[in-house]
Design a protein around this ligand. Structure first.
Ligand code: GDP
Ligand code: MG
Length: 439
């Protein structure tokens, strides 16, 4: 799926200390394909990729300490923007009741969503009324009545012999008379957008003057959903979209295109058949869900806020030149500690990722305290010249730090391995200018 494909694009970028323009172009080519395959509108994809590229190829990004991470962050923010940026709230009438009219094709989920929305409103201490405006589909009225019964919300119905326009009108009056503050009008759908359907919806619209016209679209239908939204919007002046069936195997196309194509914000997401499977749509949450890296994204934000870029670059240079000392090691640990779970962070830091030996240190949070104690028990000279730490010194360090000789030995061995590996690594990089500090 989309998430898997994006993840593999970004895992290639993530560990890189340097990202070239070619790397960005290659990554964007893959992002473009992944989006098209997920059924995102062609033009939307084109604009999206152009925007991300423009931001990613900037000097600042390429020279940042963690360009791969910065690019993921850019993609995340642009995805969020694409879906409307911030959460679009349900309209509220100055004078109750607030009238919400549902629209959409048959089977999109209008009736189910009407019930779910009533439930959400009720949870917010409102008194909604459901109005059964679909007189064509057999059992549509019954379906709404069953939902109303289930959540103890009144359902207004005049059977199937009265016109939907009249039902909507009387339903609204009923809400006013009974001091109900939201009216949700369920309407009929067709298999395709047609004149007759639009005419009836327009008449209901003209009669009840809704505060909110929500188009319910089935996210599983991808670009078709977007085309449907576009044609409804041209005739009905929609105020919002509800994406249903996001629990299924959706490819993401509808969620990513509908706002850009219609200008209509997504207000709710339905994630299942159950009555409480409806939630306000949060573009930023959807973006990180699509990227499949919620945790990673918050780490990236923290890293950007907390890691001192100049210090980090100096560390990387020292690592490359094998000048890395136990002092540097402690400092590195201090920076990392500010962020949270160590393992994940080690993976994200370019220098760390390359220096595989670093991972063998297996610093989990608990162990880190012991490692710190060991290093702090070293003398200044020992820290900068680990090779002088002989057996007697090790015994002294173990005693001083309240650890064991075995632990001290292990740490020093791992540190040595790491330095040796870095030396080889910087030898390899030497001819390629890899050791040159930027700026
Ligand atoms: P309507 O014709 O637009 O009123 O559509 P319905 O509300 O009758 O829903 C059609 C079918 O889609 C029903 O079987 C619903 O249970 C199902 N459905 C609606 N919303 C969702 C959803 O978010 N997820 C899943 N999996 N099924 C849904
Ligand atoms: Mg229905």
């Amino acid at each position: 799926g989309l998430t898997g494909r994006l993840q593999s694009v970004f895992s290639k970028l993530r560990g890189k200390g340097k990202v070239s323009e070619d790397d960005v172009n290659e990554a964007m080519r893959e992002v473009r394909l992944a989006l098209l395959e997920a059924d995102v509108n062609f033009k939307v994809v084109k604009d999206f990729v152009a925007k991300v590229k423009e931001k990613a190829i900037g000097k600042e990004v390429m020279e940042s300490f963690t360009p791969g991470m910065v690019i993921i962050d850019i993609v995340n923010k642009e995805l969020t923007e694409l879906m409307g940026g911030t959460q679009a709230k349900l309209a509220k009438a100055n004078k109750p009741p607030t009238v919400i009219m549902m629209a959409g094709l048959q089977g999109a989920g209008k009736t189910t969503t009407s019930g779910k929305l009533a439930k959400l409103l009720q949870k917010g201490n409102h008194r909604p009324l459901l109005v059964a405006g679909d007189i064509y589909r057999p059992a549509a009225i019954k379906q709404l009545e069953v939902l109303g019964e289930q959540i103890k919300v009144p359902v207004f119905s005049l059977g199937d012999k009265v016109s939907p326009v009249e039902i909507a009108k009387q339903g609204l009056q009923h809400a006013k008379d009974n001091n109900l503050d939201y009216v949700i009008i369920d309407t009929a759908g067709r298999l395709h957008v047609d004149e007759e359907l639009m005419e009836e919806l327009k008449q209901i619209h003209a009669t009840v003057k809704p505060d909110e016209v929500l188009l319910v679209v089935d996210a599983m239908t991808g670009q078709d959903a977007v085309n449907v939204a576009d044609s409804f919007n041209k005739q009905l002046d929609l105020s919002g979209v509800v994406l249903t069936k996001l629990d299924g195997d959706t490819r993401g196309g509808a969620a990513l295109s509908v706002k850009a194509v219609t200008g209509c914000p997504i207000k709710f997401a339905a994630l299942g058949e159950k009555i409480d499977a409806l939630e306000p749509f949060h573009p930023e949450r959807m973006a990180s869900r699509i990227l499949g890296m919620g945790d990673m994204l918050s780490l990236i934000e923290k890293a950007q806020a907390n890691i001192d870029a100049d210090k980090a670059k100096e560390m990387e240079r020292k690592m490359r030149n094998a000048e890395f000392t136990f002092d540097d090691f402690l400092e590195q640990m201090d920076q990392v500690k500010k962020l949270g779970p160590i393992d994940q962070i080690l993976d994200m830091l370019p220098g760390m990722n390359k220096a595989k030996g670093m991972k063998d240190l297996k610093v989990d949070d608990k162990q880190m305290g012991r490692v710190e104690a060991i290093v702090k028990s070293m003398t200044k000279k020992e820290k900068s010249q680990p090779e002088i730490i002989n057996h007697n010194r090790r015994k002294r360090i173990a005693a001083g730090s309240g650890t064991s000789l075995a632990e001290v030995n292990r740490l020093i061995k791992q540190f040595d391995d790491m330095r040796r590996m870095m030396k080889q690594f910087s030898g390899m990089m030497g001819g390629m200018g890899g050791g040159k500090a930027s700026k």
